[in-house]
Design a binder for this molecule. Structure first.
Ligand SMILES: C[S@@+](CC[C@H](N)C(=O)[O-])C[C@H]1O[C@@H](n2cnc3c(N)ncnc32)[C@H](O)[C@@H]1O
Length: 299
């Protein structure tokens, strides 16, 4: 596909095999985002659409996974480093869509209740309450990440709310239950490629991506991953920020939902994912996706 350096092809033997499995325009690399991004050629990525692991929430089962940092500052430093490397491989008029939820402090309670939906995936312990926060405080994780990226030089252009139509039930009764996540739109430069009209053209009575509240159900149809995106949520991001044939990156590819949307919409895709079984799942989903999707309006 011309975006993966020859050196990395040599270093990661599985890469070319997996690329062939899904078709060479839709590759998923097995690896740590911190190092694997260097395999992508500078200036080639038009849009990044991703959801990083949230701090202290869920274990995906690997020792070097992001999200398991002992402190919030270390987590923010890690993400800042990953996204600075991403800026290097982006086109100057490129954009990044960052989908991220929030969480609460542990109050230094080190144990964690079992994740009821994914009993083997919950972190077994919780990080200590960050300096300056109290027991039960909402961390503001999403905005802390957004402000850090803004300080790193990204343009923070918008916040949309993913309103979850079928949120995971919570047991607490002293606050409203969480039923949303944040979708930040960031750009590398002040001026960037973006097509609002295509968002408008894809509005329906239920789902209006041209405005800042996007109502969509949590994806319960993918077995084998704890947090797959609904593909419906990703299509507007792809359509507004890329043209057909452009390259999209997801450095935390998980079950490959961004790749599925890209393949449907005739965009190229490169994903990076740490856990090999997730890569296999992503490749299987990509292989089952038919391109292009004729009913969606593109610019
Ligand atoms: C929130 S999930 C992404 C889910 C994805 N959007 C989907 O639709 O399936 C975050 C993913 O990041 C992966 N991950 C964790 N640490 C990583 C690292 N250091 N490098 C690359 N991927 C990592 C996890 O295995 C997990 O699949």
């Amino acid at each position: 596909m011309g975006v993966i350096s020859k050196q990395l092809r040599k270093n990661i033997k599985t890469l070319s095999l997996q690329s062939r499995l899904a078709g060479s325009d839709h590759a998923v690399l097995v690896g740590d985002a911190r190092s694997a991004i260097s395999a992508i050629e500078s200036g080639t990525v038009q849009s990044v659409i991703t959801s990083p692991p949230y701090w202290g929430l869920r274990s995906y089962g690997a020792p070097n996974e992001i999200g398991a940092e002992p402190t919030l500052d270390e987590y923010l430093d890690t993400l800042s480093g990953v996204f600075q490397a991403i800026r290097e491989v982006m086109a100057d008029d490129g954009t990044m869509w960052l989908i991220i939820g929030d969480g609460y402090t542990s109050g230094n309670r080190t144990y964690r209740d079992t994740d009821k939906r994914h009993t083997h995936r919950g972190m077994t312990s919780r990080p200590r309450t960050p300096e300056g926060l109290k027991r039960k405080d909402l961390i503001g994780l999403a905005w802390r990440v957004a402000f850090r990226l803004q300080a790193d030089g990204w343009y923070l252009r918008s916040e949309s709310i993913w309103h979850k139509l079928n949120p995971i039930p919570e047991s607490v009764k002293d606050r409203p239950h969480q039923s949303h996540e944040h979708i930040f739109l960031l750009s590398k430069s002040e001026k960037y490629s973006f097509d609002w009209d295509v968002l408008r053209a894809n509005d329906t009575d239920r789902f209006r991506p041209s405005r800042s509240v996007w109502s969509s159900a949590v994806n319960t149809g993918v077995k084998g991953h704890a947090a797959p995106f609904p593909v419906e949520l990703i299509r507007p991001c792809v359509l507004a920020s890329t043209k057909e044939g452009a390259l999209v990156l997801d450095p935390f590819a998980g079950s490959g939902s961004v790749g599925v949307a890209c393949k449907e919409l005739n965009r190229r895709f490169v994903g990076i994912e740490l856990i090999e079984e997730n890569v296999t799942l992503a490749q299987t989903r990509l292989a089952q996706t038919v391109m292009p999707r004729p009913s969606v309006q593109s610019s």
